[in-house]
Design a protein around this ligand. Structure first.
Ligand code: BES
Ligand code: MN
Ligand code: ZN
Length: 506
């Protein structure tokens, strides 16, 4: 899908021979003297058009309007949230119509956040999954023009960011939506390797190398599956070599049956989404490849299936993690924390400025926060604040949950340093407490995206969250580094190799 930003008055928009002209009309809109403005003014006066966000009025070949179809949408106070509501409501219309070219026009003032909300809502509302369909219908909307009265430099930059974000979100959705037999650990690794060009490098480790690193917890989860595990390491080198990176760790369980502690059958298909954390990391790197910000980022993805079988790990088995800590695996369905704990131990190598893990970790988090906000846990108040702010500004919300040590009581084991589950109470928190043991000495945060990464039911599919939050956070780090006076690097600085494939052992 192509996006374009145009400076255009409402008067000119009326002459735009587009398939569908969507005009966002905020509260208190003062019509000018041109035809389209007058039409909107009259529609408001007659109360045919309400400016409450989500209200729509549509027409076919409206007089004096060159567009085939015209949709007037109330945009409320014109804020990012209300613009998102307005565009999402209108996209339902757009979906049913043959609409290749769409123009979204801001009738009132447009700030960067509202512009981003509009771009993202258009992309989201027109997204169609096609990969495993034999006769895909595909996406109807191809060209989108966002029309504002005056596209200044700040708006142009917001627009550039929004378009890059759409690429990342759609990349995340694509990999998350693919069935587990079309998104195996090996295929995820291939996807990551395909991103390795320019400032992005990728290394993939297989079972032998992972064994050598001592990742006994990760290995234990993978051992029940015929599909070999992969440990994916992505690096984006956008800043000076000495600048400590942000490390993103994505849970990459390509299918979670629960293992020997097998899950019940209903909705088990949705456990193909158990790699949405990994997909969000891939999505962020896709966006970084477009945006090229001045920052260093590392992405780590432990990818494997969680399967029952003759070789599967059994309840009560004790394994040794990369950190040296032994773990009693009481429930093989609590596998996410097992793959993550080894990736967190590995993350320490990078002497990171922050480590954020992203995981569809607990059903308990779905019960606690539903699909609106992701669960946020952090040992650092500053990091938590930065992620909360990023969530608010990107409309990809999260909510901080506690990490009191008392929550770790239930993780005690008579046979190992720690057990992988506690009781049912506070399940999202006890999972985070488990992870925290492996992030000691790091500025660490954990995002539990079990409720937000995908939707079930009739509209089943990945949301692309929390790519928006993460990109917003990374850009806030860029700003902060800039304020500290760190220098951007020259392109192609060290000519270091990219796209490295590891030799042997896979
Ligand atoms: N992938 C699941 C978490 C999950 C479940 C996400 C349902 C979204 C919807 C995770 O691996 C898991 O199975 N967690 C268990 C932990 C329990 C055994 C302590 C859970 O939440 O039931
Ligand atoms: Mn599980
Ligand atoms: Zn899982």
């Amino acid at each position: 899908m192509n996006f374009e930003l145009a400076s255009m008055s409402l008067g000119l928009m009326a002459d735009d021979a587009t398939d569908l002209l969507l005009v966002l009309v905020p509260d208190g809109f003062k019509p000018g003297r041109d035809r389209l403005s007058r039409l909107i003014g009259e529609a408001m006066k007659s109360q045919a058009l309400e400016t409450k966000a989500g209200k729509l009025l549509s027409a076919w070949r409206a007089p004096g309007v060159a567009a085939e179809r015209l949709v007037l949408a109330g945009a409320g106070d014109g804020s990012a949230v209300q613009v998102r509501t307005a565009v999402s409501a209108a996209m339902a219309h757009v979906k049913s119509a043959a609409c290749r070219r769409l123009t979204v026009a801001f009738a009132g003032p447009c700030a960067g956040g509202a512009l981003r909300a509009a771009v993202l809502a258009v992309a989201d509302g027109s997204y169609v999954y096609t990969t495993t369909k034999s006769k895909p219908e595909g996406r109807k909307v191809h060209d989108v023009v966002i029309a504002v009265a005056a596209a200044d430099d700040a708006l142009s930059e917001s627009f550039r960011q929004s378009a890059a974000l759409v690429c990342g979100i759609e990349w995340a959705k694509e990999w998350a939506n693919r069935p587990a037999n079309h998104a195996t650990p090996r295929q995820l690794a291939e996807a990551a390797l395909s991103l390795a060009k320019g400032k992005i490098a990728c290394t993939v480790l297989g079972p032998k190398q992972v064994a050598k690193l001592g990742m006994g917890a990760f290995q234990a989860v993978a051992q029940g599956s015929q599909e070999p595990l992969r440990f994916i390491e992505l690096r984006y080198d956008g800043a000076a070599k000495g600048e400590p990176p942000v490390v993103l760790v994505g849970k990459g369980i390509t299918f979670d049956t629960g293992g020997i502690s097998i899950k019940p059958a209903p909705e088990m298909d949705e456990m193909k989404f158990d790699m949405c954390g990994a997909a969000s990391v891939l999505g962020v790197f896709r966006t970084l490849s477009e945006l090229k910000p001045t920052i260093n980022v590392v992405g780590l993805i432990p990818a494997c299936e969680n399967m029952p079988g003759g070789k599967a790990v059994k309840p009560g088995d004790v394994v040794t993690s990369m950190s040296g800590q032994t773990i009693e695996i009481l429930n093989t369905d609590a596998e996410g924390r097992l793959v993550l704990c080894d990736a967190l131990a590995y993350a320490a190598r990078f002497k990171p400025r922050a480590v954020v893990d992203i995981a569809t970790l607990t059903g308990a988090c779905v019960i606690a926060l539903g699909g609106v906000r992701s669960g946020l846990f952090s040992s650092s108040d500053a990091l938590a604040a930065a992620l909360l702010t990023a969530g608010e500004s990107s409309l990809d919300l999260c909510w901080r949950l506690p990490l009191d040590d008392e929550y770790a009581e239930g993780l005690k084991s008579p046979f190992a340093d720690v057990a992988n589950v506690a009781g049912r109470a506070g399940g999202a928190v006890t999972a985070a407490k488990f992870l925290q043991r492996f992030a000691s000495g790091l500025d660490w945060a954990h995002l539990d995206i079990a409720g937000t990464a995908w939707k079930g039911g009739a509209a089943k599919g990945a949301t692309g969250r929390p790519v928006g939050l993460l990109v917003d956070y990374l850009l806030s780090v860029v700003k902060e580094q800039g304020a500290r006076g760190s220098m951007p690097t020259k392109a192609g600085r060290s000519g270091r190799s990219t796209g490295t494939r590891s030799k042997g052992g896979l």
